[in-house]
Design a protein around this ligand. Structure first.
Ligand code: BGC
Length: 236
């Protein structure tokens, strides 16, 4: 394929979230060629229900040549290992192959925070990405290379709870934004002590609730990167 043909390729990028399913078309550099469309994640979020909801969402976005999918759980070689905030039936679902059959194009699937990370990192030193949404996602990069499926959200943070138990959406609703922000400040200190990152990025839908004075090495990033980072699955 020559450069012009490659530049013209349209990538369907999907972000499967615990609350919403989002999709858009990207150009070869990750720029958005369509608006971002969204539907609520069906509940219970079984594989059949979620895959069934994706078809009508993406049909109006055709044509596309390939697809990238961000998934809220561990994904190894386009197959799901688990999905803590969706449904227990996801373990072992070959999502890449199933969506490829459904859409008629090649499909790559990766962890949602990993994709968001590809959309934001600069490629220098240790960069950590934390996504704040229904769950807490994490992605670690060294000089732009990803350590996949970090899953910090399920590691112990404080008071016998994991980061996700303290900072996920159910916790934010329970304790309110002020307390949630105080917890986040503590989490940033813990993470700095653990990873000594050069930069920490806070993304995800709940990053809009962050009202802390952030240190220079911590920045908020726009949630749309969870979509635009999808182009990286075709580069890495
Ligand atoms: C999952 C992660 C995911 C995060 C954000 C967590 O519960 O274990 O894989 O990245 O939620 O969706």
């Amino acid at each position: 394929m020559d450069d012009t043909a490659r530049d013209a390729e349209r990538t369907l990028a999907i972000d499967i979230g615990g609350t919403g399913l989002k999709a858009a078309i990207l150009d070869a550099r990750g720029g958005m060629l369509s608006e971002r469309v969204r539907v609520l994640t069906p509940r219970p979020a079984t594989p059949e229900a979620v895959i069934g909801a994706l078809s009508p969402l993406v049909e109006p976005l055709r044509p596309f040549d390939r697809a990238s999918v961000g998934f809220p759980g561990v994904v190894v070689e386009d197959t799901v290992r688990d999905a803590p905030n969706l449904d227990g039936d996801w373990s072992g679902v070959p999502l890449g192959a199933e969506l490829s059959r459904l859409f008629g194009v090649a499909v790559h699937v990766a962890n949602d925070a990993d994709i968001q990370g590809y959309g934001v990192v600069e490629g220098r030193g240790v960069e950590l990405v934390i996504t704040l949404g229904t769950g807490v996602g994490s992605a670690l990069f060294l000089d732009g290379r990803l350590v996949p499926n970090l899953e910090l959200g399920h590691h112990r943070f404080r008071k016998g709870q994991a980061y996700e138990g303290q900072l996920g959406e159910p916790a934010r609703r329970r304790v309110g934004n002020r307390k949630w922000n105080r917890r986040l400040a503590k989490a940033i200190r813990h993470l700095r002590g653990c990873f000594n990152f050069r930069a920490l990025y806070l993304g995800g839908g709940n990053s809009k609730h962050v009202c802390l004075e952030l240190p220079d090495d911590v920045q908020l990033v726009r949630n749309v990167r969870g979509i635009t980072g999808g182009i990286a699955l075709w580069e890495h």
